[in-house]
Write a protein that binds this ligand. Structure first.
Ligand SMILES: [Zn+2]
Length: 86
């Protein structure tokens, strides 16, 4: 019997933030995303193996890897209604 297994990455956008890029120094939108790599058996995702968080500059395309805590902090900032009030 042939057993087919592998890994598959699932990308999810958590938030969109306006930040000053550390690379090009432009203030622009940065999507905060999470990529969950899941173990698959017969193409059915079973359990997550690895979770990576990253943020990318939409101006120059520079991406930075974030820790889970950094990603959670940024996500909280993005969704805090007090901060987004004019
Ligand atoms: Zn940039």
């Amino acid at each position: 019997m042939l057993i087919i297994f592998g890994l598959k990455g699932y990308a999810e956008q958590l938030a969109m933030l306006t930040l000053v890029c550390a690379h090009c120094h432009n203030s622009c939108a940065h999507p905060l995303s999470r990529v969950v790599t899941k173990f698959t058996l017969f193409f059915v995702p079973l359990f997550p193996v690895r979770t990576e968080h990253s943020i990318q500059c939409t101006y120059c395309g520079a991406a930075s890897r974030l820790t889970k805590d950094q990603a959670e902090d940024l996500r909280r900032q993005a969704w805090d209604p007090a901060r987004n009030r004019p």
